[in-house]
Structures are given as structure tokens and as C-alpha cells.
Design a protein around this ligand. Structure first.
Ligand SMILES: [Zn+2]
Ligand SMILES: [Zn+2]
Length: 332
């Protein structure tokens, strides 16, 4: 990964907006892509590529024919996904798993550059003081999708496995729907943050221990895995209530073995999550605007754009010390 000069984008055409990325979050899927571990469908390894899909930006200029309300100087979050609009998932309103979807920073150049031209439908104004917080809209949107998929409702008990940025966002999204949340992680420092956000917490010692401890009380209606670790996913299936929902958010190429009877005996729903729809992205904007102060501590490290390769290496090599790394395009 290196920093180099690229041509300036053209003035925005009809329906396009020219933006200056101000803050770009780095996440696990960036590492998966960078290391060539994504499947062909998920983006494969289309190098060279300008990465960055968790983007907050400042509007520079608005092309002809864009909707009212977009104006230069505004802070916006970029909805990273474009879909074909014709395939089966698109036709049934699930364009987030379009068979030929395109994500900025993965299939096309993303936010780790000084300027970017993008379709107006992908531009969402965010009313927060800090672009660093606005960059959290994208990871929060995954959490919004997950609580929709898991049909989390008022009064339910939700267990979140993994207390990284997505786990913390899941906590906020589930609380926002009136659920009480238990967050489980290997790292006490991450649990501390979850506690400060109002979660009950449990330190992961072993799957058996976690299942025994949480199962002794009231079995959770929903378990959401944000780790992608096989032992955690198995625990999710064992832990969840009969007629409950297991929501898989953590990405992994690993294989997991289950006792099949768990699914039939408890009549479980197991639900995958990939990105989110544009309505959910709008809900994530709202959630971030209402929780800006609570979300700010999720950003543990900030780097300048010129240091982007160091920032990505730092985040990859020190997962235990890092919550969310954000690269600032607005500081040069
Ligand atoms: Zn991400
Ligand atoms: Zn499609």
C-alpha cells in the first residue's frame, strides 16, 4: 500500500456530487480485501485499488439535477453500495446482496483520496460536529441491518458476541429498539467500553462457560455474532432461546461444525447480514446523530491521509489495542 498522485476527478456530471473525504474508517473487511481473502463475489482482489468504504466527506460541488438540500460545505456520509436494480435480490428489495453489487473501496475506488465523484443517491447529509463521528455511519448501518434481520424488539434479551466497533454499534442499535444487551468478548478493555454504553458484559473464557453462564438466566431471544470465530458461532447456536434468532455479522472463510439437532429442536432462524439497504443507511445517520457523544469513544486512533499505509498496518497488527482507526483527509 502506498500514497501516490492520481488525476483530479472531473466536475460532477448530472446527478453526481464531488466530495472531499474528511474521515475514513478502517475495518476488518479492509484487511480481508487487502490480503486477498475476499471471495470473488465479495470483491476478490481487484488491485490496484483506492480503499476506504467508511467515508465521511465534505461536499465540494453539486452537479446539475441533484436533489434539493445538498450544498457545498455540508458533512455527508457515503452509502458505499451500488446495485443493478434487476436481479432477484434487487427486485425483492434486498439490493444489499445484489448479484452484481459494487462497493466503493472494494470494487471501485473509495475514500482514501483527496477528492471523489459519487452518485447523489449515495450521499447522506449528517448533522454532527465531527467528521470522525460521521465516518461511523457505515459501521453503524451494518448494526441497523443486523437488528432488522434479527427482528429485535422491545424487552428482548440480545447477546452480542464480540465487542469491537461493530459489536459496540450492535449494542447501541439493539438498545435503540428497547432490548437489553449482554456483550461478550475476550478483552476486558473492550467490555469496559460496552459497560460504559449501558451493556451487561461477560468475559469470554470458553464456549461452554459462556453458554452455561448465560443459559442459566433467561435464554436470549437473539444472539448476534460479530466475531466470525467458529467457537463463538457454535456458542451462539447453543445459547439462543427456542424460536430465537442467530444473526451472523462477523466475516470469515472458516468452516463451523454444528449439531444439526440444535436447529430443528429449537426451530432457529439463522440470518446472514451483508452491508445494508439505503433506507437502513438513513436510519444509521439518525442513530449516529442521536448518539454522537456515545459513539465518539469508539474511535481510538486517528492518522493523516499521508500516513494511510501506516494506519492500515497499525490496525492490522495491533487488534487488541485498536478499537476504530480513522484516517483524516481534512488534515494535511
Ligand atoms: Zn467496514
Ligand atoms: Zn441486483
Amino acid at each position: 500500500m502506498r500514497v501516490r498522485d492520481v488525476p483530479e476527478p472531473d466536475e460532477p456530471g448530472p446527478g453526481e456530487v464531488l466530495v472531499r473525504p474528511a474521515a475514513v474508517g478502517i475495518c476488518g473487511s479492509d484487511f480481508h480485501f487487502f490480503e486477498g481473502r475476499l471471495s470473488e463475489h465479495a470483491g476478490g482482489s481487484g488491485f490496484p485499488r483506492i480503499q476506504g468504504h467508511e467515508v465521511a466527506a465534505t461536499v465540494e460541488s453539486v452537479g446539475p439535477g441533484c436533489r434539493e438540500g445538498l450544498r457545498p460545505g455540508q458533512t455527508v456520509a457515503l452509502f458505499p453500495l451500488r446495485a443493478c436494480g434487476r436481479c432477484y435480490p434487487c427486485r425483492i428489495g434486498r439490493a444489499n446482496v445484489c448479484v452484481s453489487f459494487s462497493l466503493i473501496g472494494i470494487h471501485e475506488d473509495g475514500g482514501l483520496q483527496e477528492r471523489l465523484c459519487i452518485a447523489e443517491e449515495q450521499v447522506f447529509p449528517v448533522d454532527v460536529a465531527s467528521p470522525v463521528v460521521a465516518a461511523l455511519v457505515e459501521p453503524v448501518s451494518i448494526a441497523v441491518r443486523a437488528v432488522h434481520r434479527g427482528r429485535v424488539t422491545e424487552g428482548e434479551r440480545v447477546v452480542v458476541l464480540g465487542a469491537g466497533p461493530i459489536g459496540q454499534a450492535l449494542l447501541l442499535a439493539a438498545q435503540d429498539r428497547g432490548a437489553s444487551v449482554v456483550v461478550v468478548d475476550l478483552l476486558e478493555s473492550r467490555l469496559e467500553l460496552a459497560r460504559s454504553l449501558g451493556a451487561e458484559t461477560l468475559l469470554w473464557t470458553s464456549a461452554d462457560e459462556v453458554v452455561a453462564r448465560l443459559g442459566r438466566e433467561r435464554a436470549p431471544e437473539v444472539v448476534i455474532d460479530a466475531t466470525g470465530v467458529p467457537a463463538a458461532v457454535r456458542a451462539a447456536v447453543e445459547l439462543v432461546s427456542s424460536a430465537g434468532r442467530v444473526v451472523q455479522v462477523g466475516m470469515s472463510g472458516d468452516e463451523v461444525t454444528f449439531r444439526l439437532g440444535s436447529f430443528t429442536e429449537k426451530e432457529l432462524d439463522v440470518l446472514g447480514v451483508a452491508c445494508c439497504g439505503s433506507t437502513e443507511f438513513g436510519e444509521a445517520v439518525d442513530l449516529v446523530e442521536r448518539n454522537a457523544d456515545r459513539l465518539a469513544p469508539l474511535v481510538s486512533h486517528e492518522f493523516d491521509l499521508a500516513e494511510a499505509p501506516d494506519a492500515v498496518r497499525f490496525a492490522m497488527e495491533r487488534p487488541a489495542d485498536v478499537m476504530k482507526v480513522v484516517i483524516r483527509g481534512d488534515r494535511t
